[in-house]
Design a protein around this ligand. Structure first.
Ligand SMILES: [Ca+2]
Ligand SMILES: [Ca+2]
Ligand SMILES: [Ca+2]
Length: 248
């Protein structure tokens, strides 16, 4: 019995080790079998994209307004921007046109015609920009502010346009209207004095005239009285002379 226990004590670890080795070998063999099966099999996987493609593209311009009489034709920058947060995996071509029917700024009249051009938004990019020169016509017409549309097209996208404003520099000549002025007649002091002197002189003259008239009346009365006094005496003297001649 003692030998039996001793034998078990010695051989048990060996037995366990052999058992574990066998299990490991079996597992590896099973894995190899699985790999072998995968290598020889086929499968199809589907990757579903969770990004929504852009649907809108906006055009923006800078500057947005220019004066009709600007000395140097301005360079207008046009930027095309995809709407939203996603981009395309391929390039996006945007055909840009400057001006269209209905604009108040007329090509060839208010500005020199601008050729169409392309903007390319690279793959995995949200925007692109380009430039064109806007040569304005400085006419002498009095006009309202004119508008010039920058628009375009891109496959599968709604393109929102931009507007440039052309500011007029002409104005109507305004004829000044005279302001009515209230005129107040003011008599200069010198004139006032002259008038007062004339009035004073007229008063003296009237009094002098009255004195003269009164004097003449008085003189007339005196002569009349003297005539009355002298006339009877002369009559009596003539009568006496006549009676003396008669006596002779
Ligand atoms: Ca004009
Ligand atoms: Ca002008
Ligand atoms: Ca003008």
């Amino acid at each position: 019995m003692h030998k039996l226990l001793k034998c078990c004590f010695i051989w048990s670890p060996i037995f366990i080790a052999v058992l574990l080795l066998g299990l490991t070998t079996t597992t590896a063999s099973a894995q190899q079998d699985t790999v072998a099966q995968q290598d020889t099999g086929t499968g199809t996987g589907t990757i579903t994209d969770d990004d929504t493609a852009p649907a809108v593209l906006s055009l923006r311009v800078s500057p947005t307004s220019v004066s009709e009489d600007v000395e140097v034709p301005p360079s207008i920058t046009v930027v095309a921007i995809l709407g939203g947060t996603t981009t395309f995996a391929t390039d996006t071509l945007v055909a840009v046109q400057v001006g269209r029917e209905g604009d108040t700024a007329v090509s060839g009249t208010d500005y020199a015609a601008v050729s169409d051009f392309l903007l390319t938004i690279p793959a995995d990019t949200s925007s692109a920009s380009g430039n064109f020169t806007l040569a304005l016509v400085d006419d002498n017409l009095v006009e309202e502010t004119e508008t010039l549309t920058v628009h375009g097209t891109a496959t599968g996208l709604v393109v929102r346009e931009a507007t440039i404003m052309i500011i007029d520099n002409d104005s109507e000549e305004i004829t000044p209207v005279p302001t009515p002025v209230e005129v107040v007649e003011v008599i200069p002091p010198a004139t006032q004095e002259v008038l007062e002197e004339e009035l004073a002189y007229t008063g003296v003259d009237t009094r002098l005239l009255l004195i003269i008239v009164a004097t003449l009346i008085a003189v007339g009365l005196m002569f009349a009285g003297a005539f009355r006094f002298l006339a009877p005496a002369r009559s009596r003297s003539r009568s006496q002379q006549t009676s003396q001649q008669t006596r002779r």
